[in-house]
Design a protein around this ligand. Sequence first.
Ligand code: BEZ
Ligand code: FE
Length: 301
Amino acid sequence: MPDFNESKLTDEVIASFQATADPRLKYLMTELVRSLHDYVRRTDLTFEEWTQAIDVLTRTGQTCTPTRQEFILLSDVLGVSMLVDAINHREREGSTETTVLGPFYVGEHKPLPSGADISEGIDGEPLFVSCRLTDLSGAPLQGARVDVWHADDDGFYDSQKSDYATSGPSLRARFAPDAEGRVFFRTILPCSYPIPTDGPVGDLIRASGRHPMRPAHIHFLVDAPGFDPLITHVFIDGDEYLHSDVVFGVKPELIARVERRTDGVMPDGKPIDRPWHLMTYDFRLRPGSKDAPRPMMAAAE
Ligand code: BEZ
Ligand code: FE
């Protein structure tokens, strides 16, 4: 019978993954065990705390549904989503900054023609969004598509509403840019909103004395053949939560100045009889890149 001690236990668990055929999986499991064991030793974790952690993870899984992803939310509020995004976009080469996808992307969006109003039947201050999609040299992207989605005036996404299955999408759509790479659409001005707080992630946020708010933004997912997909948001300048986003997703380059306008004609020549807002933002995509080489070997002790 081998002697037992804390560090031998760690070595033994790591050794149990020795025969893992996939070298990357072997590396990931080795590092995970090493970090987890270090955490338990460093914090002197009690049985009570360990049980509580298991309970949080259990409730996180139980809170997930086909339209709610509490594990992504947990990753978001711990900054892990932004860290994974950051290490995978170290070589930006001048392309637009990325940020989290978030839990409210519900897959393929309904295609609408440029200029469409994605806020039909929804109250709010009118917003005209005008974008241009180019490569790094400023040439328009060919064959691109842009998915957009955002929250309503009360801070809710369509997929969070109980009648979502029957009422269909709102404040979300897919657009195709014209030959100049331009896309424009009408919507309402989004507001800052809280992430869902009725689950275990909400409990954690409250226990930590953190606020649950995200600054107002519109999500964009741009895809074009031959280019790296771009997942990002455009944030609205002046929002009080820009410096304390609960998911750490704000980057200065992604903040757009939104102009309040009172002229009676929108940029596409259509009349409007009340004040409105104009958001202009240009997106630059970089050519498709191969995955960077990943470490396969655990660092020597
Ligand atoms: C969102 O912007 O939709 C979002 C992102 C991360 C967590 C919760 C919401
Ligand atoms: Fe959002």
